[in-house]
Write a protein that binds this ligand. Structure first.
Ligand code: FRU
Length: 474
């Protein structure tokens, strides 16, 4: 049967068919980027998790490889859950969670163990014959006996370390740390970090990396408490900046110092890696648990996309996120305007559903200004700045079918200016504000014909420059 491809993205990674969620095994291995993902290849709903697999030379153009991990062995009977990759002795090694149902109630009758698989060619994976490499007996006191997943492996000195998402059974998320010399035998070291009553009851998908002499711990957390306009998703991904005492297995951090990684609607389970350029790169699932996903309908039969890979930088004690520079190689059809005064709405004489738009507003006295994208009959997605409240707002109430709502964040103007880089890809929008100081990602499902773009203001406002390029990946 012919599938409806209307909402398929053109420069983001998706599954070929069926469902995807978390990015897994993100690594630069033998000259190529590998990205795996949680995948149900049979249906556009979450189900028996496989690891889908794609490779790329530049993080933009991806080639699908055969599915890397298929569930069904004793140690991963009901799912190959999230995990990570590491190179050892020239081999590409995967550490992942085996999900096993132990009774009829799938919401609570399950256990989780950690497994190893390896590959000599980076394509075909062999599951280690003595899996699991970490079983239930190695779960420490003060840790959930069920939620014990998403291994992220890194090397420090001569040892390999594995972090696992967990909780303490009392409503606090935590990260467990294990140590190994060979990826096969693991010893528990310590509880690396623990959250409090505000930071969610279970931590998933931990990630840890060094940046400019500090360490960053990222975690994805279930039901974090809202804080002002922040943390309004069902789940959220947050980071802490701190210091690592690897010998004691302790991450030292300020428990109240957490920040949101992405302030949009659809962003979860980010995973990072580094490459030969020394960059710290991040990719996340650009959807959210519990959200309406119109492409799950018959005729589409797919759901889930990855974000644009982002580079992480640090300045003034916080992280900045920038789209990877390789995306600029795919810019076509440059449209440009400079020094445009507006007071009201002005439709641009360019349009599209797959582009990058870079704009600098100089607020003047305008009380509100911004962009309207994917605009058509009764449809528009509004990206606005409200001066009185110092709020940037991503409004998808009129974006088309699919989920609605708005997300607001505090943004200060700099010399009365606001700079945006907006990436639109058919059914996604990613907004990088003031050079990556804040980022918002979200999915929208407008009609095919809603392709107009306008700039608008309430009161006089100047557009110092606006550049737009189609992004064309052939
Ligand atoms: C996060 C998560 C992980 C788990 C995977 C299952 O989105 O819940 O903790 O390994 O998805 O698909």
């Amino acid at each position: 049967s012919r599938l409806n491809l209307q909402y398929r993205l053109k420069y983001h990674l998706m599954g070929e068919y069926g469902w995807i969620n978390d990015p897994n095994g993100f690594i630069y291995y033998k000259g190529k980027y590998h990205l795996f993902y949680q995948h149900n290849p049979y249906e556009a709903v979450w189900g028996p998790m496989h690891w889908g697999h794609a490779i790329s030379k530049d993080l933009v153009k991806w080639t699908y490889l055969p599915i890397a991990l298929v569930p069904g062995d004793d140690f991963d009977k009901d799912g190959c859950f999230s995990g990570s990759a590491i190179e050892k002795d020239d081999m590409l090694c995967l550490l992942y969670t085996g999900h096993i149902y132990t009774g009829p109630d799938k919401s609570k009758d399950y256990k989780q163990v950690q497994n190893l698989a390896y590959s000599k060619d980076g394509i075909n994976f062999i599951k280690y014959s003595k899996n699991p490499v970490i079983g239930e007996k190695q779960i420490p006191e003060e840790a959930s006996k069920k939620d014990f997943r998403d291994p992220k492996v890194f090397k420090n000195g001569q040892y390999y370390y594995m972090m696992l998402g967990s909780n303490d059974g009392n409503g606090h998320g935590q990260v467990l740390l294990y140590k190994s010399t060979n990826l096969k035998y693991w010893n528990f070291v310590n509880i690396l970090a623990r959250g409090n009553e505000n930071t969610g009851y279970n931590w998933e998908c931990p990630d840890l990396f060094e940046l400019q002499g500090k360490y960053v711990l990222m975690i994805s957390t279930e039901h974090i408490k809202t804080r002002g306009n922040d943390f309004n998703g069902i789940h959220s991904s947050i980071y802490f900046i701190g210091d690592l005492d690897i010998n004691k297995g302790i991450f030292k951090f300020d428990i109240d110092g957490y920040q949101q990684i992405d302030y949009g609607f659809d962003f979860y389970a980010p995973q990072t890696t580094s490459d030969k350029l020394g960059r710290r790169l991040m990719v996340a699932w650009m959807d959210m648990w519990g959200e309406v996903m119109p492409t799950q309908e018959r005729g589409h039969n797919w759901a889930g996309a990855m974000t644009l890979p982002r580079e992480i930088l640090m300045a003034n004690g916080k992280l900045y996120f920038r789209p990877i520079k390789e995306i600029e190689n795919y810019r076509k059809n440059h449209y440009k305007l400079t020094n445009l005064m507006i007071d009201g709405e002005k439709k641009l004489d360019t349009y599209g559903d797959c582009y990058e738009l870079e704009v600098e507003f100089e607020g003047g006295k305008a009380e509100e200004f911004g962009l309207k994208i994917r605009k058509g009959d009764n449809e528009e997605t509004i990206l606005s700045y409200k001066r009185d409240e110092s709020l940037f707002i991503f409004d998808r109430n009129k974006s088309g079918i699919g989920p609605k709502g708005e997300r607001k964040i505090n943004v200060a103007l700099k010399n009365n200016k606001l700079k945006l880089r907006v990436f639109v890809d058919v059914s996604s929008v990613e907004i990088f504000i003031n050079d990556g100081e804040k980022v918002m990602s979200g999915r929208i499902y407008p009609s095919k014909d809603s392709v107009n773009i306008s700039v608008y203001s309430k009161g006089e406002c100047k557009i110092n420059y606006l550049n737009k390029w189609d992004i064309v990946v052939d």
